[in-house]
Ligand binder design. Structure first.
Ligand code: KG4
Ligand code: ZN
Length: 346
């Protein structure tokens, strides 16, 4: 049994995982969201986030143990997010997990938050999943991973667990960051992603033509800052943007989805991966999922999307990454420090 803590940004999360009959099983996965607190500021305030992590963690760990029906002494290893993330937020969860490890004499694993996202589609698999025939999930199949979160947009060539090659990333704003910034331009509450998805529901995705950057370039990098600027210029020309909210949201969402889908499929073909896995907060966007489903069906690719509970930040994915590290005896020294810019692959 392994207990994991996630505190890289504004969500405090604790999960307990075990393995039964070869399959990982979550015994608890709790999130104490700070979104309502930060909404007042229109974004995450690091000092406020770290203070709330410090307040939330002790009761959340106690609640997770209670939900799992176990005592702290029964935990065999601890894991926490080491990076990337906000330094002051990472420090709270990382230090807390190291303290629990010291107090109990059990091993400790520092986890890369992006590896948590990357592995998340393989934690919960149903009968329809392309990965269902694997004997255990420690065998992460070769695939192309697209991680779309608030801070990162990464295309990773995954050979197996731990063997990752970076194919592409954003050169400016992350996909989620673009959603959040455009959400602010449209006067929508933070975070903008889910709000834009809601507003886009009855909109016409072809009402406005927003740019699709790097579609014809040979590399696999992304750029979304021009898209945000294009929305701003368009807004300046509209007398009352609130009347066009649905069309603006739908057109912006379509532009992001279009770029993500087309560039990911091209990278999958070039890297000869049949399986494509989607993760990160933006992956819970239904329009993005639908666009990927349509394209994958047309081009005979298999698609695996992390379930909604595992797309936005959570500790279950950190627990899963920690469990795989623990089973491979990849433990870390308690001297290890947080790393706010920790890379996943080069
Ligand atoms: O993975 P995540 O929870 O945190 C990071 O590691 O960054 O991702 C958060 C991001 C935010 O930018 C949020 O706006 C975006 O994911 N997001 C969405 C949706 N839900 C969350 N973006 C588009 N559509 C959504 N439904
Ligand atoms: Zn994340």
């Amino acid at each position: 049994m392994l207990l994991a803590i996630e505190s890289s940004c504004d969500e405090t999360a604790v999960a307990i995982i075990t393995r039964e009959e070869g399959q990982p099983r979550l015994l608890a996965s709790l999130i104490s969201s700070q979104i309502d607190i930060h909404r007042a500021y229109g974004g995450v305030v690091p000092e406020v986030a770290s203070r709330n992590h410090a307040l939330n963690l002790p009761p959340l760990v106690a609640q997770a143990l209670e939900q799992a029906g176990i005592k702290l002494e029964q935990i065999e290893a601890f894991a926490a997010t080491r990076g990337p993330g906000l330094a002051s937020s990472l420090l709270v969860g990382f230090s807390y997990a190291k303290a629990l490890s010291t107090a109990t004499g059990k091993p400790f694993c520092g986890v890369n938050h992006m590896e948590g996202h990357l592995l998340s589609p393989f934690l919960s698999r149903d009968e329809n999943s392309p990965a269902k025939n694997q004997k255990t999930t420690t065998e992460i199949p070769p695939h192309l991973s697209l991680i779309v979160s608030g801070g990162h947009t990464l295309l990773i060539d995954v050979q197996s667990h731990g063997k990752y090659k970076l194919l592409g990333r954003t050169r400016d704003d992350a996909a989620g960051e673009a959603f959040d910034k455009v959400g602010r331009l449209l006067d929508l509450p933070y975070p903008g992603g889910p709000e834009i998805e809601k507003a886009a529901h009855h909109g016409n995705p072809e009402a406005y033509q927003f740019p699709r950057v790097f579609l014809k370039e040979a590399h696999h990098d992304f750029s979304f800052s021009g898209l945000k600027t294009a929305v701003r210029y368009t807004l300046e020309k509209i007398p009352d943007p609130t009347l066009q909210l649905a069309d603006l949201s739908a057109s912006f969402q379509e532009a992001i989805c279009d770029v993500l889908v087309r560039k990911t499929l091209r990278a999958a073909q070039q890297s000869q991966h049949n399986l494509i896995a989607l993760s990160g907060g933006v992956a819970c966007n239904k329009a993005l999922q639908q666009a990927f489903q349509n394209a994958c069906q047309k081009e005979n690719h298999q698609l695996l999307v992390a379930p909604p509970s595992l797309t936005t930040d959570n500790a279950a994915m950190i627990a899963f990454a920690g469990l795989l590290a623990h089973e491979n005896k990849q433990h870390d020294s308690l001297q290890l420090s947080i790393e706010p810019s920790l890379p996943l692959a080069t």
